[in-house]
Ligand binder design. Structure first.
Ligand SMILES: C[S@@+](CC[C@H](N)C(=O)[O-])C[C@H]1O[C@@H](n2cnc3c(N)ncnc32)[C@H](O)[C@@H]1O
Length: 434
């Protein structure tokens, strides 16, 4: 039996994501390293495509298999087959069907081969008519977001915005990088010369969109000349706006995207510290800092849920880029939607508030405290900040210095995949009065 390496890789990755709650962003590079470029692209497309359509694909499987209880491997082979039949024009139908049957054989589930073949042939031949209990279920299935999450978004943003948000969250995000040395014109020239279209961000200085992935681009990233970082993530560094001589603490700094950005873009005489709970994640931070040429940064491990290991009023600027649900980054991590549960938001917001309060203690009078998340949820954003202000009357909320389009009526900043074609970030800024 000849079997496509791209499909085997996608089949195994999807299995691991579901069984082990693994992340596609971690597994894809590991598998793709061993694939040649054509297979790499197909593996990528199949894995992310299935994750972005999973609830929809499952609803089709349900309707064509009379709600039969299915083994996970059979379900994944069917998801892959149906995804190719319905969404990938360039793959011939016979190939989509045969390859899924081969995957079943590969997984040693030979007795299910006939079943998989029959379901896929029905999907190919028959009209797909799905029934929905109500309009919320329709949105949930058509966009493949769990019903509870759609309901939660409807409560926060209304039905129409939720539809837009859910659809935008299934789009492939643009590839964005920053120059680690902001005056490095030569790197841009080389990338332009090899035919890559590089466009400067309209809103984030030093951020560039690139038309397509390319080996040289990855080689430049490897050497630390460029760093792949989402525009909205870079916006946090922009809001921090570290001035010459100011001391800075990044309370939750790993893997170091914002810390290295701020260090790369600040003057050399800034005293900077980055901390995180996990030592292994701090090793990644060290590597990134070194690779990108960031200087004057000290890193250490601590638990920010306890008091921080610094004297009170030590820093001019403190950033809390808090651990969060990550619902703003679903374009990059489509599986997050299946891992989260309703109660996570309440647990996270309690943790975020605790970390923010601990962080505020080490800020000097007159200093700036920045709170950010890559979550779309008000519970993790506005509500955390409002509770913080109630308990800390010595802080004023100030508007982050960012383009007007990102500023909200309540005095915070937000980005939305649906409105800005950026991941969904939240940024708040406070000033310590005394
Ligand atoms: C959103 S990420 C930070 C991303 C980082 N600022 C960047 O730009 O690369 C949140 C971080 O908080 C860390 N974290 C979670 N709980 C923590 C705790 N109790 N104390 C300190 N750090 C914690 C996680 O390890 C994670 O690295």
């Amino acid at each position: 039996m000849k079997i496509s390496p791209a499909r085997v890789a996608a089949f195994e990755i999807l299995g691991k994501i579901e069984r082990e709650k693994a992340f596609s962003s971690v597994l894809l590079p590991l598998y793709e390293e061993n694939l040649e470029s054509k297979n790499r692209a197909l593996c990528h497309e199949l894995t992310l495509g299935v994750l972005r359509r999973q609830i929809y694909l499952d609803k089709i499987i349900e309707s064509f298999s009379n709600n039969k209880k299915l083994d996970l491997t059979v379900r994944i082979a069917l998801r892959l087959g149906i995804y190719q039949l319905l969404f990938l024009d360039k793959i011939p139908d016979y190939s989509a069907i045969n390859e899924s049957v081969n995957l079943i054989q590969f997984a040693k589930k030979t007795s299910a081969k006939g079943f998989v073949n029959a379901v896929l042939r029905r999907v190919l031949r028959e009209k797909i008519e799905l029934k929905f209990a109500d309009k919320v279920e329709r949105i949930s299935v058509e966009t493949s977001f769990p019903r509870w999450l759609i309901e939660n978004w409807i409560k926060q943003f209304g039905v129409e915005e939720t539809k837009k948000l859910a659809r935008a969250n299934n789009e492939t995000p643009p590839l964005v990088f920053r120059l680690t040395n902001k005056t490095d014109e030569q790197t841009l020239e080389i990338l332009n010369k090899i035919g890559l279209e590089i466009t400067e961000s309209e809103f984030v200085p030093h951020a560039f969109h690139v038309s397509k992935p390319n080996e040289l681009l990855f080689a430049f990233a490897q050497k630390g000349k460029i760093y792949f970082q989402e525009e909205s993530s870079q916006l946090v560094g922009q809001a921090v706006n570290l001035q010459k001589g100011e001391s800075f603490l990044d309370v939750c700094c790993a893997p170091g995207s914002k810390l290295s950005q701020i260090a790369n873009q600040s003057a050399e005489n800034n005293f900077m510290v980055g901390g995180d709970l996990y030592k292994h994640r701090l090793r990644v931070v060290s590597e990134i800092l070194e690779k990108t040429g960031a200087k004057n940064v000290n890193i250490l491990a601590y638990n920010a849920l306890d008091s921080l290991p610094f004297a009170e009023r030590s820093f001019d600027v403190v950033l809390v880029d808090a651990p969060c649900s990550g619902t703003g980054t679903i374009r990059h991590n489509p599986e997050i939607r299946y891992f989260l549960t309703e109660k996570d938001f309440a647990e996270l917001s309690a943790k975020q508030l605790k970390i923010l309060k601990n962080a505020s203690k080490v800020l000097k009078t007159g200093g700036r405290l920045i709170y950010s998340t890559c979550s779309l949820e008000k519970q993790e954003n506005e509500m955390v900040c409002e509770k913080f202000l109630v308990d800390n009357s010595n802080y004023d909320k100030v508007l982050p210095e960012l383009p007007k389009r990102f500023l909200t009526e309540k005095g915070f900043a937000r980005t939305f995949p649906s409105r800005d074609n950026m991941d969904g970030f939240f940024i708040a800024m406070f000033e310590k009065k005394n």
